[in-house]
Design a binder for this molecule. Structure first.
Ligand code: GDP
Ligand code: MG
Length: 320
């Protein structure tokens, strides 16, 4: 580097040089996963990250917030965003999910559109293509998922059924089984083809702990959401108070924050029956996630107007 005088006071130049050297062979970028509910987005993220950290359920529309999963290896870092299903907005909850999905797309260097190859290409895919993908300028990978259930001979037909659809100029097709991993390493390499050179965005040694807590909260929130059947979709936030991880047992205390006394009543249920069944469902899922027995203690607290307080919002993970 020309004129590389070392600034003794803050070491700026050295840092710049290190960054540049690192960037020569390190790729960093954002990838958005899009697709209808149940296409297999969470499963794919789990397989790529080789964890069971993303909430996967056979019931659609349970992925609420944008979930970051960070794929890290020596020469690359990919920040994944698992978008809630792209749906026609029917109510405010759906609108919220659409907005989240669109926001994930704004940040991305590349997008993966997962299509359930068992269901095939339907009118719904056409709507997604016309409404969302048509305005795309970023590269798009169209990945047919669940090919473990689809004979090889039907692949060409799947691709043909997309004839006439609008795609960004730069797009490719892949065939994968998110569940069993077939085609997934290839997909990761394809993603990296589109990623710019750059230094790591997140220090690798800080990834696991933060993400574990985040996903624990996410799972509790998801179970509450499923049990409550959309009775309070907006005003529920979950926060871990304590989490003690042992080899065989994890003790977790968490608080469910709501805005009104009436919502607290709904969550508690008749003589506590609702909070108990949320707790049971969450505990079972957490035991699977963490691989230990889980002792879960849930509290419900009314935090009036928490949604309006920005600091609070960020606290609860609803804002970047
Ligand atoms: P999401 O809503 O797009 O996040 O979908 P999920 O990841 O939650 O997956 C929905 C369902 O499809 C789950 O029951 C998964 O086990 C199943 N699934 C996902 N990927 C595959 C796959 O490659 N093959 C098969 N056979 N099933 C899959
Ligand atoms: Mg999901």
């Amino acid at each position: 580097m020309g004129g590389s005088e070392y600034n003794k006071e803050n070491g700026t130049l050295i840092i710049e040089e290190q960054r540049e050297r690192m960037s020569l062979d390190h790729k960093t970028g954002y990838a958005a996963l899009i697709g209808r509910p149940n296409a297999g987005k969470s499963t794919l993220l789990n397989t790529i990250l080789q964890t069971k950290l993303v909430a996967v359920t056979p019931r659609p529309q349970t992925t609420r917030n944008r979930i970051f999963g960070i794929y890290d290896r020596d020469d690359a870092q990919i920040v994944f965003q698992d978008t809630p299903g792209l749906l026609e907005p029917k109510d405010s909850m759906h609108q919220f999910m659409m907005r989240e999905a669109e926001r994930a797309l704004e940040d991305a260097d590349v997008a993966v559109w997962l299509i359930d190859a068992i269901k095939g290409v339907t009118d719904r895919e056409k709507i997604i293509s016309q409404k969302v993908l048509a305005s795309f300028s970023m590269p798009l990978i169209i990945a047919f998922n669940k090919v473990d259930k689809v004979p090889l001979s039907e692949r060409a037909a799947l691709q043909n059924s997309l004839a006439g659809f609008t795609f960004p100029e730069s797009h490719r097709f892949e065939y994968i089984s998110a569940l069993y991993g077939d085609g997934v390493p290839q997909l990761v390499e394809t993603l990296l083809d589109y990623m710019p050179l750059g230094p790591k965005l997140f220090p690798p040694d800080q990834l696991s702990d933060r993400t574990t807590r985040f996903f624990v909260e996410e799972i509790i929130r998801e179970k509450a959401f499923l049990q409550l059947k959309e009775e309070l979709p907006y005003s529920l936030a979950v926060r871990i108070e304590t989490m003690q991880e042992g080899p065989n047992l994890t003790k977790i205390q968490a608080t469910l924050h709501v805005e009104r006394d009436s919502q607290k009543g709904i969550i508690l249920g008749k003589s506590g029956s609702m909070i108990r069944s949320i707790g049971t469902e969450a505990r079972l899922a957490l035991e699977e996630l963490l691989g230990t027995k889980v002792f879960l203690e849930l509290w419900v607290k009314v935090s009036k107007g928490w949604r309006k307080k920005e600091g609070h919002l960020r606290d609860f993970g609803y804002q970047e």
